[in-house]
Design a protein around this ligand. Structure first.
Ligand SMILES: Cc1cc2nc3c(=O)[nH]c(=O)nc-3n(C[C@H](O)[C@H](O)[C@H](O)COP(=O)(O)OP(=O)(O)OC[C@H]3O[C@@H](n4cnc5c(N)ncnc54)[C@H](O)[C@@H]3O)c2cc1C
Length: 387
């Protein structure tokens, strides 16, 4: 293909969803470019598959509710099971300030139409997850409709669905340069290897590498990669697959069960924001193993040493919210990145909304003002998230 109506840079779950939804809105000659050799090698392949609407900002709650609607229809729409399991998310507070933060988030969730979440006292929290050590638990919040999904199944569903609608997807195809007549003008061609492909529009869905892609087009966007590590135990049959995702608000430690293994995650303050640093830190593994066994004592019997650990990159924006819409300074470059660790769960909504923006000039499924890529220059930002 030497001409594309739109080139989507990045065939992760966000780019795949964007391509799928653009094709569904009637766009033709869509080209998806990914420099990796195969699907799922970026952040999407590292994600553990949490899904929740328990957020602290209206915009993230609305994104989750829209995504949930899309996910519930995903199988009939794409033919692929997204693995949606409503096992619940249980947040635990050990400090009064954390309980207050959960209450404030619950108020936002209600205001945004998410009524399933509610405050629970310590006794109820421990009944929802009896494996938790009661030590220090003051109470928490729970929503039974939050839970899990399968990131690679969603990626597969969107890629295959996009192809069925005529989208061309090229792996091993790195976008290295963008041709523009003048600094404020549109992009008219994308370079891949020695080839220049003429384009009508470009979508930057390059996840944690979105700033690099923007920079190749002469633009600066505030999206930074941030390492996140995950640990999976060897198979462990003592916890049910339906155990809710359980999160301690104070340090963000969280645990769940996936495919018979326990997954334990915890953010590390001061983690390197260097995209080349996707390596697992052995001291993080021993810390998170110890903490997992303190918080869920039954995990003293789990074999983490014989399990696996991996690291991937979040795509952080300054306010923890996605950048969605036309890039300031380049009318036909659209951004769909910066989800700050929530990109899989929000991809079904982001792709739909981007297709609305690119087709009709504005999103109709929800108010996306808080995701406007121009907000940082204008000094407008939403509050940061709990996690
Ligand atoms: C450990 C971990 C756990 C996570 N858990 C969750 C979770 O439970 N729930 C959730 O919603 N999210 C989770 N996330 C976050 C989630 O993975 C991301 O938000 C999401 O995958 C972002 O998708 P993406 O398509 O934007 O990025 P990616 O999947 O990284 O895709 C970007 C693609 O762009 C390509 N690319 C980059 N530069 C170029 C170029 N110049 N030319 C061509 N191609 C290029 C890359 O090869 C890559 O395939 C987790 C992340 C990590 C690391």
């Amino acid at each position: 293909m030497t001409r594309a109506s739109v080139a989507v840079i990045g065939a992760g779950v966000v780019g795949a969803s964007a391509a799928y939804h653009l094709a569904a809105r009637g766009w033709r000659d869509i080209l998806v470019l990914d420099r990796a050799a195969r699907p799922g090698t970026g952040s999407t392949g590292a994600a553990t598959g949490g899904f929740r609407a328990q957020f602290a900002s209206d915009t993230n709650v609305h994104l989750s509710l829209l995504a949930r609607e899309r996910l519930r229809a995903f199988r009939s729409e794409t033919g692929v099971d997204p693995g949606l399991i409503e096992a619940g998310y249980l947040w635990l507070a050990r400090r009064a300030a954390d309980l207050e933060a959960l209450r404030a988030a619950l108020a936002v969730q209600r205001r945004s139409g998410f009524m399933e979440a509610r405050e629970v006292d310590a006794r109820e929290a421990l009944a929802l997850n009896p494996a938790v050590s009661p030590h220090g638990i003051l109470g928490g919040a729970h929503a039974a409709t939050d839970g899990f999904l399968r990131p690679l199944a969603i990626l597969d569903g969107y890629l295959r669905g996009a192809e069925r609608r005529g989208v061309t997807i090229r792996f091993g195809a790195e976008a290295t340069a963008f041709r523009r007549e003048a600094p404020d003008s549109s992009i008219d061609a994308v370079r891949v290897g020695s080839e220049w492909i003429s384009v009508g529009a470009v979508v930057n869905a390059a996840g944690p590498w979105a700033a690099e892609v923007a920079s190749a087009a002469g633009l600066s966007i505030p999206v930074k990669p941030l390492r996140r590590q995950a640990l999976a135990s060897a198979p462990f049959g003592r916890l049910p697959a339906t155990m809710p995702m359980t999160i301690w608000v104070d340090d963000g430690f969280h645990a769940r069960v996936r495919d018979g293994r326990v997954l334990a995650l915890m953010p590390t303050p001061g983690d390197p924001d260097d995209p080349t640093s996707i390596r697992v830190d052995p001291s993080w593994v021993s810390d998170v193993t110890r903490i997992a066994r303190e918080r869920l004592p039954i995990l003293r019997e789990a074999d983490f040493e014989g399990g696996t650990a991996w690291a991937g990159l979040y795509e952080m924006s300054p306010d923890g919210h996605a950048l969605l819409g036309a890039a300031p300074g380049c009318p036909n470059l659209y951004l769909a990145n910066g989800s700050s660790g929530h990109g899989v769960m929000h991809a079904p909504a982001l792709g739909l909304l981007l297709a609305e923006i690119m087709t009709d000039g504005k999103a109709s499924s929800m108010d996306v003002a808080a995701l406007d890529p121009g907000r940082f220059a204008a000094g407008k930002t939403e509050t940061r998230e709990l996690l």
